[in-house]
Write a protein of this length. Structure first.
Ligand code: CP
Ligand code: NVA
Length: 308
């Protein structure tokens, strides 16, 4: 795990397949109660968007490691008054040991990573949500006792952060991934190509507008909101466009009988997922949310080099 010490995690593709496997192994050990050397390090959280799971799971993970987390509210720091990110990054670098940022533009994360020497973690951007996918893969691994050869179908907004990080993370993990979304909401082609390059010929990567075909025989059905944070103004107009992509009992009947349902949360019940599927026997959403904490504890420990 030493290879991750001092690195940034801005994209799922910042990890190699081996590094991802090691992180998931460590996350599983932590969940099983393994104790790791404690550290007295300081994690900063700079979140420009709302968060429940990511914020609290990072604080819990850092506390479990013996460190502390400092919730930096952009609205009461000088970034809200226009202090350049390059300056903020160089100052925070002198106080903190690791910094997780939730923001809009991926380039802001890159600016922080360029100017700060401490590890910078993408805690969600418009482009990607890699921390979520670490927990998702941990959850899939728990359900199927492995990852290679499992097929995940993502149904919904293929152009969002979740679809992009799932494409890259599944490709790395050997999970076949199918993205099913309306024509205008397909993933960025450069991410699809990047995922295909990672996958080589061992993993199936497909995109389609046909939700039923995509779900057929899949073992993991994944969905996310139809309008992400920052897209609230188009949320209502998107509902009829995305209605055929709702994860409901009818769609689930086309999946493998062993299929599990994942959602990164928060969910809009009655839109991208029905209440009965969310609360049904196939749902693993609460385990998935719990795994945010274990996966991020593994991540922080690895970036700080405190894995023993
Ligand atoms: N899934 C997720 O990132 O949730 P939050 O927005 O609550 O952090
Ligand atoms: N795509 C969602 C994910 C929330 C965790 C958003 O960006 O709002």
């Amino acid at each position: 795990m030493g290879a991750l010490k001092g690195r940034d995690l801005l994209s799922m593709a910042d990890l190699t397949a081996e590094e991802l496997r090691d992180l998931l192994y460590l996350a599983a050990q932590l969940k099983a109660g393994a104790t790791y050397p404690q550290c007295q390090k300081l994690l900063g959280l700079l979140f420009y968007k709302a968060s429940t799971r990511t914020r609290v799971s990072f604080i819990a993970a850092m506390t479990r490691l013996g460190g502390q987390a400092l919730d930096l509210n952009p609205s009461v720091t000088q970034v809200s008054r226009g202090e350049p990110l390059a300056d903020t990054a160089r100052v925070l670098d002198r106080y903190l040991d690791v910094l997780a940022i939730r923001t809009f533009d991926q380039r802001d994360l890159e600016t922080f990573a360029h100017y700060a020497k401490i590890p910078i973690i993408n805690a969600l951007s418009d482009l990607e949500h890699p921390c979520q996918v670490l927990a998702d893969l941990q959850t899939i691994q728990e359900s199927f006792h492995g990852l290679a050869g499992v097929t995940l179908t993502y149904v919904g907004d293929g152009s969002n952060n979740m679809a992009h990080s799932l494409l890259l993370g599944c490709a790395l993990a050997g999970v076949n991934v199918r993205i099913s979304s309306p024509h205008e909401y397909q993933p960025l082609d450069r991410i699809v190509q990047q995922a295909k390059k990672i996958a080589g010929d061992r993993v199936e990567i497909t995109t389609t507008t046909d939700a039923i075909a995509a779900v057929k025989s899949a073992q993991v059905i994944y969905t996310d909101v139809w309008a992400s944070m920052g897209q609230e103004d188009v949320a209502t107009s998107r509902i009829p466009i995305f209605q055929p992509y709702q994860v409901n009992e009818e769609l689930m009947s086309h999946a493998d009988s062993s299929a599990i349902v994942l959602h990164c949360l928060p969910a809009h019940r009655g839109e991208e997922i029905t209440d009965d599927v969310m609360e049904g026997a196939q749902s693993r959403v609460w385990d998935q949310a719990e795994n945010r904490m274990h996966a991020q504890q593994a991540l922080i420990a690895s970036l700080l080099g405190v894995t023993g």
